[in-house]
Every structure is written in structure tokens, then in C-alpha cells.
Design a protein around this ligand. Sequence first.
Ligand code: NAD
Ligand code: IPM
Ligand code: MG
Length: 353
Amino acid sequence: MEKNIVVLPGDGIGQEIMDASIQVLTKVAEKFNHKFNFEQYEIGGTSYEKDGEPLTDETVNACLKADAILLGAIGGPKWDSLPPHLRPEQGLLKIRKALNLYANIRPIKGFEPLLHASPLKESVIKGSDIYIVRELTGGLYFGTPRERREDGNVAVDTLLYHRNEIERIVEKGFESARIRNKHLTSVDKANVLESSRLWREIVEEKRKDYPDVKVDHMLVDSAAMKLITDPTSFDVIVTENLFGDILSDEGSVLTGSIGMLPSASLSETIGLYEPVHGSAPDIAGKGIANPLGMILSSAMMLRYSFDLNEEATAIEKAVEESLEQGIHTADLKIHHGKEVGTKEMTETVISNL
Ligand SMILES: NC(=O)c1ccc[n+]([C@@H]2O[C@H](COP(=O)([O-])OP(=O)(O)OC[C@H]3O[C@@H](n4cnc5c(N)ncnc54)[C@H](O)[C@@H]3O)[C@@H](O)[C@H]2O)c1
Ligand SMILES: CC(C)[C@H](C(=O)O)[C@@H](O)C(=O)O
Ligand SMILES: [Mg+2]
């Protein structure tokens, strides 16, 4: 098949990991007889440098026409003191909103060879397989008013959800649980937040349509604790935007490194795929970034946007095999095998394809 993929490398380590991903996809195309066309556009600080804004209409229009989108990462200290609307992060939030990417899927499943790479006990994490369904276009990230008052001494953010926004993500959570292990944990803060009480009501309404799915409600503070003390007790977690952001970084500890986690951001019609981590300014340009989160995100693209399951599995297997051979980047704290840079890690994955 032939597909047009818009690539948005972004900032920091973005270009390094995007190059890795394109090389892997090129090998997959060769092997399975597909044609992937890559078109590169700017987002984030890189876009601000070129066009004075973190996301241009040109980039949005290209994404709207694409079959799928790959994104590296955005942000960095260079742009941290810009006014809020010009910050790289606004580019990311704008593209999510413009494409209506309301469902952010963040699977957390460790690879067997990395069980001992986590600071958590092997006996605690063994067998964990978690699928976070994070709401991505609402909540605190988008609610208004958002402003400073009283000469800047008072700050307001707004956590706002409409019923339909909660309904569609909760449905996604139930549908995901139904094809996995039939257990949905809805994470909220219903003991304090009004938006969480509406969220919980809607989960209770929807569960009637999914009698085969076991439902738990859990408060987010307790969920944060359980995620690392009893990770095998979770299957699908559905939660609002900010909680999902925080819990997914925490969950990455199970896999050995934030550099391992992929994600898919989905609307009804298109998908954008990006690793969970950020632009890692502390290691940018050093050639040592872990490309596996990005590479695994491109596997998710093949599976979710193009229905190429065999090809997606081939990438995941090649990653696993590379790790079995002991090849790993410096973020994975393991004391055997061979520590390599981004390029050699990528070449190893390609050679295992
Ligand atoms: N989706 C995104 O583009 C995204 C996500 C998170 C943060 N950010 C932005 O990234 C910038 C830096 O944020 P941060 O430092 O809090 O988070 P970060 O995820 O960029 O980095 C946190 C730590 O993890 C390490 N790390 C992250 N990815 C890695 C990889 N692939 N390989 C090896 N090590 C890796 C970094 O070196 C750093 O020590 C900020 O501007 C933030 O807004 C962007
Ligand atoms: C950079 C930031 C806006 C973003 C978020 O909070 O969603 C990031 O942390 C993520 O997890 O994708
Ligand atoms: Mg985050």
C-alpha cells in the first residue's frame, strides 16, 4: 500500500529519534512491499524560529491531508520565557485540538529483557500490561478563563468538561477493555472535583452498555500509588487529560525508561503518533537518545491507522530481539550487554527486521 505520512520532528532530540523511525519504516516498506512517502513540517520551537509561531496553518493543513502523522517532541529552555501563546507546547496543544485528537492511547508494557532495568522489584512489575486511555482535548489544558489577575498576582486555570467529551473517551475506555482483559479502572478525583463527579456519573451510565467489563473507580492519588505497588491489578485506565499525563510518565518507570513509551493520539478519522517523553534538552544533540519510544509509536501508526498488524508486530519483535541481544541506550540502567547511541540502536532494530 502507499501512504503519505507527515513527519513533525520538533525540538531537542526530536529530529534524532524521527530519523530513526523513518529508517525503520523504510526498511518495513521494503520488506513488505509498501510505499511510505514522508513530508516534513515544523512544529514547536523550530516552527517559532522559522515562522514566528509554534504551529502554522501550513503544518495544520498538511496534517489534515495526511494519512497519518508522526511527531518527535517539542519544547526546550530556549523558548521557556516566550509569552504563553508562542511557547512550543502551544503548538502541540493546537495540533491536538485542530485534528480533534481526543483519545490518547499510552500502552505500558515492559519488554522481558528490561524487567531488571526498572528501579521497581521484578516480582512487582512482572506480567504488568496497562493501557492508559487519556482524554486529550479538554480539561485544564483548554478550559477558559485562563489568565492572570490583580497585576499578575492571581492566576486562573479552568478544569472544564462537557458531557459529550467525557462520554466519547469513556466509551473508548470500555471498547478498549472489551478487547483486552475486560477490566476498566476510571481514575478521577471525585471526592473533591465537580468535573470528576460528572465523569463518575457518566462511567456509571455507560457501564450498563458493557456488562462484560468489570469497572473500578479509583481516586487519582491512590491510583498513583497503586500503579507502582500493584501494577498487575490494572488493565485499561481511563482518565482526564492532566491525570493521564502524570500517570503515564509515572507508569514508564515499569518499563525501565520514559524513552520506551509510545503513544497514539486518535480522532475518528486520523492518528498522530508520538513518544510519551519530551524533547530531553539535557541530552539533545549528543546522539544518545533512546529511539525506541518513537520507533514503537510508528508501529502503533501501522497498526491503528493502516491496519498493518503483521508489520507492526515485526517492529515490536525486532525491538524485543535487540534488547534480548543486550543492545540498549544509556537511559536504560542495566549493567550488562552493550550501551550504544541512537544510530547503533536503530541499526540493530533494522538488522532484526
Ligand atoms: N510530547 C512532547 O513533545 C513533550 C512531552 C513532554 C515534555 N515536553 C517538553 O519537553 C521539554 C523537556 O521536558 P522534561 O525534561 O520535563 O521531560 P523529558 O521527557 O524531555 O525528559 C525527562 C528526562 O528523561 C530523559 N529522556 C526523555 N526522553 C528520552 C529518550 N528518548 N532517551 C533518553 N532519555 C530520555 C531526559 O533526558 C530527561 O532526563 C519541555 O519543554 C517540555 O514541555 C514535550
Ligand atoms: C508538552 C506537554 C504539553 C504534553 C502534555 O502535557 O500533554 C506532554 O507532557 C505530553 O505528555 O505529551
Ligand atoms: Mg507528559
